[in-house]
Design a protein. Structure first.
Ligand SMILES: NC(=O)c1ccc[n+]([C@@H]2O[C@H](COP(=O)([O-])OP(=O)(O)OC[C@H]3O[C@@H](n4cnc5c(N)ncnc54)[C@H](OP(=O)(O)O)[C@@H]3O)[C@@H](O)[C@H]2O)c1
Length: 264
């Protein structure tokens, strides 16, 4: 029997699009989740928690390849440490990681930086844990997913007047396209840090919101606010963008049209 590919976070926005693509490519798949799930469609589930360091060894044992999609707002570096320890013991031959465009370009120095942009520092720390683990690795940095832009827009649109970080731009990318790229990488040889993946268009945050509001028939007043700190300055200068890697195809407008149709 071929060894399964372990997908951490195989229940999340990205991971649940990685899993069926790996299945379609003929791989057996195992998913690590904090919750119990019944095995289905050739996918087995192992319960474990990367932050509590529980159940990881059982999830990793027997897997030659691990696609690490689990993540949260905090602790991805700690989770990576626990995962690579188990992966080393299990003799994993390829660890594929998903990071974020700009992880190495957004300086997180002050407490203001940490509150707003600590995510970038956490992702860079997790990248380093993986690169230093001794397990052969591949890391892809992706731009913000359309799904996250939508969640943010939905939250902000609950306000009658929306404060919008001035000068901040995004280059959102379709998570399904990122999933397809991760599968391609997982099925290939370890490649280290591969070229970034970002969406087809760069938008100001105000434009992303306007497009969302238009698609939902809503009207809101947008008020620009200038975010303080070095990290915000770097982001205003485009540290979170990869215009030369605008390889994603699906636009924000297309994504919204699809979501409005499914939500209707
Ligand atoms: N969203 C973006 O715009 C974006 C952009 C670039 C990179 N990324 C990266 O892509 C990855 C996936 O993001 P996503 O948007 O798909 O996240 P998501 O939808 O929030 O899913 C998070 C996943 O992580 C798992 N997870 C969380 N904490 C865990 C823990 N302590 N132990 C085990 N599993 C845990 C969850 O599994 P259970 O709930 O089943 O336990 C879930 O499957 C993350 O590393 C993120 O940083 C995201």
């Amino acid at each position: 029997m071929t060894s399964p590919i372990l997908v951490t976070g195989g229940t999340g926005t990205l991971g649940r699009q990685v899993v069926p693509r790996l299945r379609a490519a003929g791989s057996a798949v195992r998913v690590l989740s904090r919750n119990a799930h019944e095995a289905a469609d050739g996918v087995e589930y192992v319960a474990g928690d990367l932050l509590k360091n529980e159940g990881i060894q059982a999830a990793v044992d027997g897997a030659e390849t691990v696609v690490h999609c689990a993540g949260g707002r905090k602790g991805d570096d700690e989770a990576a440490r626990n995962l690579v320890a188990a992966a080393s013991r299990a003799g994993v031959r390829h660890l594929v990681y998903i990071s974020v465009v700009g992880a190495d370009r957004v300086p997180v120095v002050s407490s203001a930086d940490r509150v707003m942009f600590g995510y970038f520092r956490m992702k860079l720390a997790a990248e380093r844990v993986i690169a230093d683990s001794g397990v052969p690795w591949t890391t892809l940095r992706a731009a913000q997913f359309h799904d996250l832009s939508l969640t943010v827009a939905e939250q902000m649109a609950k306000l009658p007047v929306i404060p919008v970080p001035a000068g901040v731009r995004f280059q959102p990318v379709d998570s399904g396209e990122v999933a397809a790229r991760l599968v391609e990488l997982a099925l290939g040889a370890p490649a280290g840090l591969v070229p970034d993946m970002a969406g087809p268009q760069v938008h100001t945050m105000a434009d992303l919101l306007r497009e969302y509001l238009r698609s939902r028939g809503k009207r809101r007043l947008l008020v620009p606010v200038l975010l303080p700190g070095k990290a915000a300055r770097a982001v205003r200068a485009g540290a979170n963008l990869a215009p030369d890697r605008a390889v994603g195809h699906r636009t924000w407008e297309d994504f919204l049209a699809g979501r409005v149709l499914t939500d209707a």
